[in-house]
Design a protein. Structure first.
Length: 370
């Protein structure tokens, strides 16, 4: 997933001169920037104010929402957030919960490292900060899974502190408004965007301003089809003036992804159960339950022979399932193995039954690519 970490301080000398046609350092100090005023006026009339985490916006509630919203749209997050809050109504409840329970309530949101880091951070806050979410941004940024933008969002939205944010929506708004060339993943471009974000953030009404910037990027200044005629920044937006909205921000440079091939064992016995094992804490799907994985069909056969010593009643390789990650392409060959006369409760260490296999044609392979 993209990291929102950035330089710990912004250097206003790196702000392009075009910024000062709309902002100036003195006007920022007075909270009278036309940019911020336009954003806040739009938010007052059109901004989203009824989202679940906006009701009683404690640092804990806002923090959970910000983590869930990374790489996930609001409409998808809402029901997960509501169920998560019912299960873990406060930080201490989350810290005390078993990781499996936390992952269960995260199931379907993807990017499961977010849930593991959320759980670890809650335990650290419980142990090191007496269960109270810290209000120093440098301390917050040292918690697992929290970068500069997330820390700034939590402390501004929940505590009213003045901190700039730079999530994907805000990057898009600023990159288009100032026609910032280059992919934001590059250090120089990211530093430029952080400087712009810092300069634009007002001294007052920071919570409303930051929420407005996120809303503007999510609802009008969208990636594919921006609604420029409805945007409060249209008249001064450099990308709009040049008809280049689709070019900003620049996409990640294309590259050929390496392919990784694995075989996954769908093991079933006389009880009809299909078995899973917990994956290592690091790596893809870390800490989740998964089909046992092998680097090759030969390795899978060898492991079965060593553990069980008998030939299975059915051994069938299924068509390859492909799943793309940021850095590589995963090619999965599911292998159905059935032992009709054997139970496997003592077979693979760490394996648990999860369901019943009623036939290869009925098994939903989409679970492999979830």
């Amino acid at each position: 997933m993209p990291n929102d970490d950035g330089p710990s301080t912004a250097n206003l000398s790196s702000v392009p001169k075009i910024l000062f046609s709309v902002l100036s350092v003195s006007s920022v100090a007075k909270n009278q920037t036309p940019f911020a005023d336009a954003i806040l006026a739009w938010f007052a009339q059109h901004g989203r104010k009824d989202l679940p985490w906006q009701q009683d916006p404690t640092p804990y509630r806002v923090w959970v929402s910000e983590i869930m919203l990374q790489q996930t749209q609001v409409r998808t997050v809402i029901p997960y957030y509501q169920r998560f809050m019912q299960a873990f109504p406060d930080l201490r409840a989350l810290a005390a919960a078993p990781l499996d329970q936390v992952l269960h309530h995260w199931s379907g949101l993807g990017y499961y490292a977010r849930a593991r880091n959320l759980h670890r951070a809650a335990q650290r806050i419980r142990d090191d900060h007496a269960g109270r979410f810290p209000e120093d941004i440098e301390v917050v940024m040292r918690l697992p899974g929290i970068g500069r933008s997330t820390a700034g969002a939590v402390l501004s939205l929940a505590c009213g502190q003045r901190h700039a944010i730079l999530d994907g929506n805000v990057k898009r708004v600023l990159a288009r408004f100032h026609a910032v060339e280059g992919w934001p993943g590059k250090t120089a471009v990211l530093e430029q965007l952080w400087a712009l974000a810092e300069a634009a953030t007002p001294q007052r009404d920071v919570a409303a301003y930051n929420q407005a910037m996120m809303d503007l990027g999510a609802t009008l200044c969208r990636r594919g089809t921006p609604e420029c005629p409805r945007c409060p920044l249209q008249s001064d937006c450099r990308a709009c003036q040049r008809g280049r909205q689709s070019e900003f921000p620049a996409p990640r440079p294309r590259r050929d992804l390496p392919t990784r091939n694995v075989h996954m064992l769908l093991l079933s016995g006389s009880d009809g159960a299909v078995y899973l094992e917990r994956r290592p804490a690091s790596g893809i799907w870390g800490g989740l339950w998964s089909f046992p994985e092998f680097p090759s069909l030969k390795a899978l056969r060898k492991d079965l022979a060593e553990r069980f010593g008998v030939e299975p009643d059915k051994f069938e390789a299924w068509p390859v399932v492909s799943h793309g990650f940021t850095h590589f392409q995963l090619q999965i060959t599911p292998v159905l193995v059935i032992f009709e006369r054997t139970f496997f409760h003592t077979g693979f260490a760490g394996i648990m039954p999860v369901g019943f296999l009623s036939g290869a044609d009925e098994f939903d392979l989409h679970v492999l690519a979830a």
